[in-house]
Ligand binder design. Sequence first.
Ligand SMILES: NC(=O)c1ccc[n+]([C@@H]2O[C@H](COP(=O)([O-])OP(=O)(O)OC[C@H]3O[C@@H](n4cnc5c(N)ncnc54)[C@H](O)[C@@H]3O)[C@@H](O)[C@H]2O)c1
Length: 484
Amino acid sequence: MGTNVLTSSSYKFYTNGEWKESLSGETIDIKSPYLSEVIGKVQAITNEEVDEAICSAQEAQKLWAEISIQQRASYLYKWADELVSRQNEIAEIIMKEVGKSYKDAKSEVTRTADFIRYTIEEALHMHGESMRGESFPGGSKSKIAIIERVPLGVVLAISPFNYPVNLAAAKIAPALIAGNAVIFKPATQGAISGTKMIEALHETALPKGLVSLVTGKGSVIGDYLVEHKGINMISFTGGTHTGVRLAQKASMVPLVLELGGKDPGIVCEDADLKEAAKQIISGAFSYSGQRCTAIKRVLVNEKVADELVGLLKGEVEKLSVGSPEDGSTIVPLIDNKSADFVQILIADALGQGAEVVIGNKREHNLIHPTLLDYVTGEMRVAWEEPFGPVLPIIRVLSDEEAIKLANESEYGLQASIFTKDVNRAFTIANKIEAGSVQINGRTERGPDHFPFIGIKGSGMGVQGIRKSIESMTREKVTVLNIAE
Ligand SMILES: NC(=O)c1ccc[n+]([C@@H]2O[C@H](COP(=O)([O-])OP(=O)(O)OC[C@H]3O[C@@H](n4cnc5c(N)ncnc54)[C@H](O)[C@@H]3O)[C@@H](O)[C@H]2O)c1
């Protein structure tokens, strides 16, 4: 691993096929979560520069939608190849910028290339349909509707910090293959990784203006982008607070929102407890719990609670804690503010009678994996998303109580159920209010072609390769009236 990857400390934004410095003259420092140093700066662009990006996107999109899907595919295949050939460089940036282990960062890049290829192939196999008028009473055989999917126009893609390459490409690739232009706004922490990903796209000689990388604080340019009349669709992944605000600002454009979660791991007394403990701990603590689909609470039947807690503790003891450079699972959180928040949730629970099974140790923004037992519904950690390595355990008397607690949450992303009885699993799953339910496995987003859905405070709309393409296109009907 070279140390000189971050050669350019000031990164440019990208619009109309060119890399530029903002006329604002302002940049934003990107501080590594674990190196305690600024690893680069990104441009804080102006509203006028946003206007220019959207204007050139509108121009470019018209031509892009007209070329064949095979031609569009050829650019995207090159993009996937470029990402693979730059995987070491990009992985190192992801590691330094968002503090993810080098191994995980690398697999994020290769998973993204796989995602892009699958997206192309899915789109190549999507076809429209036709209908004859005669099937409706009074309709005629001479009326034929041809139903095709057409692009929406300019898609605004806003991504979060935790998967800065994968979650961005998961919006950009379906948008492009379907014939849209893209305005890509990365999370500020994650913007250098996003820049590197767009550099790879630039290498494909993609038509000018089709994709722009706009950087700046979400709180500064976010509203301007979201309310912009030139935007035809918004695909957003991030926190619930930001997403709800965005939905209130955006008007009359389709939205797909993938937001926060509080996924429960429900453990019945007949579960394979050893396997459940393994799944729960890897689900809860990978990348320090900074995953939307992390297991964020355990609802365990009290008959097996003591045994499960012992097994969970054993699994936590095996987790490596330290620097992402050493491949640790538990790494410093994205910033100090996030670590302070986790600490507040832990303190609140302890103040109300929860017990620490293991953990509750902090060095700067590195929080050791923490298990809290005897958590009750009065404690904030039972309901709030920590986005950090703390897992509350709530003991329940019955499946009904577990279902009730699971559904009382403002979120509805995923849930896991652990039981050996498949009928029982389905009975519970059918009553759970969540986008997806995992039976005997940890909550997770992949494989990426599965539909991925957040309900309630966890979002609206569906992602997942085919669903993402559908969300970025609309049906258009052309009716042929044949002379009789
Ligand atoms: N459901 C999912 O698919 C999924 C996946 C990953 C992360 N998440 C969620 O994301 C959160 C963590 O990510 P984060 O801290 O980067 O989230 P965040 O909400 O702080 O930021 C997400 C994005 O929104 C931008 N933004 C901020 N203010 C904005 C505004 N006013 N208008 C438009 N955009 C604005 C940010 O710059 C960033 O690009 C967690 O809640 C996590 O659960 C959800």
